[in-house]
Design a protein around this ligand. Structure first.
Ligand code: PAF
Length: 291
């Protein structure tokens, strides 16, 4: 495994593999890798000849007062985890390599799909994500790129970018990886105190309870959301930012649940950590299933 910091060098190396007919799988990350990232890597390892993992804490997707400076970083640890999983290249550019002129003058932006959920509370976040992912796609030129379903709005928006801007890349969604007690894995879980960590699984439990109500026949989205909010507010130290049910197609909130694909999602502040989680599901003729 090689750690490459320069765009030019990575392009050269990958060009040789491409010429030799090798397929390239790409896992973009901000580092501080956990089992969730490693599951993306494992899937990429299965599907491709060459696996590239990028590690870059992207400043353009953090808002004022967010955790860009305190975001955990440990390249040495990440490199040893990647090596064990058979990664071929880590691309770990510094900020100057990715943004030599400082903040870019040209961005990739999204309409509508970022109006709700996290997009509503993190203005400019998805613009920053799309811009860096587009840059990384242009640098790596992978055949496939792997994204976790925990960041469901990010996944939805990147799928749309690939479609609307004709990137010749297959986006492969990977299931959320959870701790044994159900908490979705996240680099931000490291911010939790032992007391906060102990109650954090109740976020997913609350979503599951809401989902069960839908399975039992409730079709009024507001009632489900209210039930979940009540549960979340009862978690000591938790401050829910939002609970919403949106349609998968346009990421707009719905009132009545009919046949279709939906995302039930939440963001909750627990101490210093902002934790997100979701359940994507499909309703088809009375059947409700995780999707
Ligand atoms: O999901 C992440 O870790 C980041 O948003 C991504 C896709 C690596 C872009 O910086």
């Amino acid at each position: 495994m090689e750690i490459i910091k320069s765009i030019e060098k990575l392009r050269k190396v990958l060009w040789e593999h491409r010429k030799a007919g090798k397929s390239i799988g790409f896992v973009p990350t901000m580092g501080y890798l956990h089992e969730g990232h490693l599951n993306l890597v494992r899937q990429a390892r299965k599907d491709n000849d060459i696996v590239v993992v990028s590690i870059f804490v992207n400043p353009t997707q953090f808002g004022e007062g967010e955790d860009f400076d305190s975001y955990p970083r440990d390249l040495e640890r990440d490199a040893s985890l990647c090596e064990k999983e058979g990664v071929d290249y880590i691309f770990a550019p510094d900020t100057h390599e990715m943004y030599p002129d400082g903040a870019p003058l040209v961005y990739v932006d999204v309409l509508k799909l970022s109006d709700h959920l996290c997009g509503r509370f993190r203005p400019g976040h998805f613009r920053g994500v799309l811009t860096v992912v587009a840059k990384l796609f242009n640098i790596v030129m992978p055949d496939r790129a792997y994204f976790g379903k925990k960041d469901i709005q990010q996944l939805r928006i990147i799928m749309q970018m690939v479609k609307d801007l004709n990137f010749p890349i297959e986006i492969v969604p990977v299931e959320t990886t959870r701790e044994p007690d159900g908490l979705a894995m996240s680099s931000r879980n490291t911010y939790l105190s032992p007391e906060e960590r102990a109650v954090a699984p109740r976020i997913y439990e609350s979503l599951k309870e809401g989902f069960q109500i839908i399975k039992d026949g409730e079709r009024d989205a507001t009632k489900v959301v209210e039930h979940i909010l009540e549960k979340l507010e009862a978690i000591p130290g938790a401050r829910p930012q939002y609970v919403q049910i949106v349609s998968w197609d346009d990421m707009q909130p719905v009132k009545e649940l009919k046949d279709g694909i939906y995302v039930l999602a939440t963001a909750v502040f627990l101490g210093p950590a902002r934790l997100i989680d979701n359940i994507r599901f499909k309703i088809e003729g009375g059947d409700v299933d995780v999707y």
